[in-house]
Design a protein around this ligand. Structure first.
Ligand code: C5P
Length: 362
């Protein structure tokens, strides 16, 4: 049995799950605040944020992949014959050899497989901004839990995961819980009062829910597809991340190219109103992408859903404090149902969820 990857004795699986829960709460709040705390005419470009996210994530993954390349591909005859003077890490010949091996890994014959989750994630990341702009932070967070449903469906179809009766029941509860939260939102639409936010009244709940619904679909499909590619091959996680970011660049650029040209010039229009909150949103998303990849590697997509619903509790409390969010009975009821469903889903049953896929990479 291979050793469980850990950091200071704590399994990476738990570290990554807890980090993801905290990251999710922060992202929901900061993304929402970055969009609604300023008048719509002064808001920053979401496609620019999505592109920056991919560029930063790709660069970090590339640096990690470069540092790990000796572990990923064993030394070949061309490197073992090097004289001792070039054994230092930073020697140009060694760097060149590393770059060559990295290039071979990144441009592997199966790299095209990452184009599918890459396109889906770019669509999802853009939709997230639409949802965060049109829904209250906590409402967005709870509705976004529907991705557990789509993830379970795609896990059954693509990964042949087997779910127990109680897990199917938990999925039903989840759908009901999300439905109850949505009823509450319909009512609260008419009673908006927030001195902190500028365009709370210009929020469009229907548009927000449609965006969340579509984002849940792409989240489930992209996550399960990424898990399938990762666990079906020997390739390194960081190489896969580089391939994912590389394939994301073109779809992330399309909305930018199609957007209306501004008189201020291309670059300055890209970064128009791109202030500290926009950069904070991008930074938290970059961390989220990297942690998500680790969660998919060390546990799986369905457990990832559990971590993100834990973050609901944190976001609730922060929403009340920061955004003057009015909690009603139906909102609390719906959220409690979502949390109970998540707990039920993770109970070990007689037929626990099993995947035929085990991670075999490095
Ligand atoms: O909501 P969900 O958990 O599906 O969000 C996944 C997020 O993680 C997306 O923003 C996606 O771009 C990112 N991701 C990533 N690298 C991966 C897998 C997901 O950056 N390998």
């Amino acid at each position: 049995i291979p050793p469980v990857p850990s950091f200071r004795g704590i399994p990476l699986k738990y570290i990554s799950l807890v980090t993801l829960a905290v990251q999710n709460s922060l992202l929901t709040l900061i993304m929402h605040y970055s969009r609604v705390s300023i008048p719509p005419s002064q808001s920053y470009s979401a496609p620019t944020a999505v592109l920056l996210n991919e560029l930063l994530k790709g660069s970090i993954s590339l640096a990690i992949a470069f540092a790990r390349i000796n572990r990923v591909t064993p030394y070949t005859s061309d490197t073992t014959q090097l004289p001792l003077t070039v054994s230092r890490f930073w020697h140009p010949t060694k760097i060149l050899l590393r770059v060559r091996r990295l290039g071979r890994e990144v441009f592997s014959p199966d790299c095209w497989k990452l184009s599918i989750p890459a396109i889906l994630y770019v669509i999802q990341n853009n939709l997230q901004y639409v949802a965060a702009t049109n829904l209250e932070a906590a409402t967005f967070q709870v509705s976004y839990q529907m991705k557990i449903l789509s993830t379970a469906a795609f896990s059954v179809i693509l990964l042949r995961k087997q779910l127990s009766a109680s897990q199917w029941l938990a999925l039903l509860f989840l759908a009901i819980g999300v439905g109850v939260v949505q009823i509450q939102t319909g009512v609260s639409d008419t009673s908006k009062a927030s001195s902190l936010l500028f365009h709370e009244t210009s929020m469009n709940a229907l548009k927000g829910f449609l965006a969340v619904f579509a984002a849940c679909f792409t989240s489930g499909l992209a996550g399960v597809y990424f898990e399938m590619v990762l666990k079906n091959s020997q390739s390194d996680l960081w190489i896969r991340n580089v391939q994912l970011s590389a394939f994301s660049l073109l779809p992330a650029l399309i909305p930018i190219i199609l957007s209306r040209p501004s008189e201020t010039g291309f670059l300055s229009s890209l970064f128009e109103n791109f202030g500290a909150w926009a950069w904070a949103t991008v930074a938290i998303q970059v961390i989220g992408g990297l942690v998500t990849a680790m969660v998919i590697k060390y546990s799986d997509n369905i457990l990832k859903g559990f971590a993100t619903s834990l973050s609901i509790v944190i976001s609730f409390l922060a929403s009340v404090a920061l955004f003057d969010f009015q909690m009603t009975f139906t909102f609390i009821l719906g959220s409690v149902i979502v949390l109970i469903a998540t707990w039920l889903y993770n109970q070990p049953g007689r037929n626990p969820s099993t995947s035929r896929l085990v991670y075999v990479g490095k």
